[in-house]
Structure formats: C-alpha cells, structure tokens
Design a protein. Structure first.
Length: 308
C-alpha cells in the first residue's frame, strides 16, 4: 500500500511539472491586457512608445477635457495647466502648457497689480489717447508719448515735458503710464513734491533706503511737477542722487514741469551762507539733458477752460 501511495505522489508531481512547463512556454501575447490606442504621433522610440502607451492615452484623455472650455471652470487638477507629451531624443517625458484662458487671467492679474503699484493719480487712471485733446500746440508731445510707449524694451530714452500749467502734461504722462501697463510693463508715477515728502518721512522713520530704492530702480519712473517743491540743499542732493543713478543705469525717466531747462536750473539754485550755489542745479540739468528728449507742451490752460 505504501508503494502504491508513493507511486501516486510521483505521478501527481510529474503532472504538475508538465503543467508548469507548458505555462512557461506559452507565448506572452496570449496573456497581455488590451492595448490602448493613442491618436497623436510622437517622436518616440518604439520601445518608449509601447512602455508609456497607457500614460500617453491618459494624457490625451486629460487634453480632451479642455475641449469646448469657456474658462469659467477648469477641469484640470492644476488650474489652467494642460498635460503634454514632450519627447526628447526619442525618450518619453511629460510636461504642461498654459491654456489661453489661464494666460489671459494671469495677464489681467498682472495688469491689476501694475496699476495698483504705479500710483497714477486717480483722476487719470483710466485715461488713454482717446481722452486727450490734440492741438497744433501739443501734437509733437503726443507723438513723442506714443514713441516712448511703442519703443523697443531696450530703448530707455525718456521725455522732459515742459510748458505752462494746465496744458495737459500730467494727463499725457498718466496716459503713457497707463498704456505701458496695459502692455505689461511696470511704471512708477510720483509727483516730485510728494516724493520729497515721502523721503523726509522715511528719514524720520529710518526707512529711507526702501523709499529711495523704489524710485531709483523703477523700470520707468514718471516724475510729475519737477520744480514745484521747495528748493533746499537737501532737495538738490536727493534729486541728483536719484537722477544720477537712473542716468548711469540707463533707466527710462519721464519728467513734467512748468519750467524750461534754463528756468529750472535757476529754480533749483539755492543760496547757502549768503552765496548763490548752482553747482547741484547744473549737475541735475546735465543728467536730464542726457537722459530725456525735451518736448514743449503748449496751448491754453485746460482747467481754466473747464471753469469758464
């Protein structure tokens, strides 16, 4: 009986070995899962394509989710980011691209930040050239303003806009700022008297470095109403430090004033110890002449016409 049992065990083991051998010799194609189809053509090696076929199909399915999107609700896991297959040297890599709705949203957010930080006077924050009355007296100034806006990013020549009060210099400078920001370019707008007051307060609060740094390093700085501030030796020092830095760094500066260059030099001259000192004034004028195109903004007083 033991001999019969032993024989039965040997027979079972033999059958098991034969079954395992048949399984191992069976072609793998008979046990693979269904192949997912992909619609795109990718510059991938055949082995890379087959190894990543499932993931490529998933990426294409995620792309399909964006079809017909109006931008109101994003269906992607990361807002505005569309998965992409990005082959390189025949190897599979994946990345993302920004959809047009997300690109528009980011551009709008950037413009909102720019307008908020620019400090353009509230009265002019929405102005453009359609709001500006062009006359023979200011036509060249308008043309110069458009040139400054449309110039290549590397062009850093500024403008020195001078003329009687009320002829639209501040309004034109504000339009320049608005149009630059609509193109996505940062601008800082400040009146010179306000800037000097901010600097004085910052000295008291020991924050002068940050206040001056902002004005010095602005990509485009608009200094409105130069010459309206009370002239002291300290004011001259601050103006020269600011303009000299911007001149050396090639940063665009746009200036408005009621004074010609000659009259402004006299305006910035001060008396120290009973002596007339125009050294600082001459240095300031030299920097302005070197960094700005001088343009006259003539005509009648707009404000006076509005009152009448």
């Amino acid at each position: 009986m033991d001999a019969d049992f032993q024989a039965l065990v040997r027979e079972i083991e033999s059958k098991r070995k034969k079954a395992r051998a048949q399984e191992n010799s069976m072609p793998t194609s008979n046990i693979t899962k269904p192949i997912k189809s992909i619609r795109g053509k990718y510059n991938l090696e055949e082995t890379e394509l087959e190894a990543n076929r499932d993931r490529i199909a998933e990426i294409e399915a995620l792309q399909d989710m964006c079809r017909g999107c109006t931008g109101e609700i994003c269906r992607q896991s990361v807002q505005g980011m569309i998965p992409q297959v990005t082959p390189e040297n025949g190897r599979f890599y994946e990345g993302v691209s920004i959809c047009r709705h997300e690109r528009t949203r980011r551009q709008q957010m950037k413009q909102e930040r720019l307008f908020k930080s620019a400090k353009v006077p509230v009265a002019y924050q929405h102005d453009d050239f359609s709001c500006y009355r062009v006359t023979p007296h200011n036509q060249k100034a308008v043309e110069a303003a458009k040139w400054v806006i449309d110039a290549d990013e590397g062009a850093r020549k500024g403008l020195f806009l001078y003329g009687p009060r009320g002829t639209g210099k501040t309004k034109l400078a504000s339009i320049i700022a608005n149009e630059k920001m609509r193109k996505g370019n940062p601008v800082l707008f400040t009146s010179v008297p306000d800037l000097m007051n901010d600097l004085r307060e910052s000295y008291v609060n020991k924050t002068n470095a940050a206040a001056m740094k902002m004005a010095r390093e602005a990509i485009c700085l608009i200094l409105d109403d130069l010459g309206a501030e009370k002239v002291t030796e300290w004011v001259g020092e601050q103006l020269f430090s600011l303009l000299n830095f911007r001149y050396n760094e090639g940063l665009q500066t746009i200036i408005t004033t009621n004074y010609t260059l000659q009259d402004l030099r006299k305006r910035l001259t001060f008396i120290a110890d009973g002596m007339v000192d125009d050294t600082q004034a001459q240095r300031i004028m030299s920097r302005i002449a070197g960094m700005c195109v001088t343009i006259n903004v003539g005509g009648e007083d707009w404000r006076k016409g509005a009152v009448e």
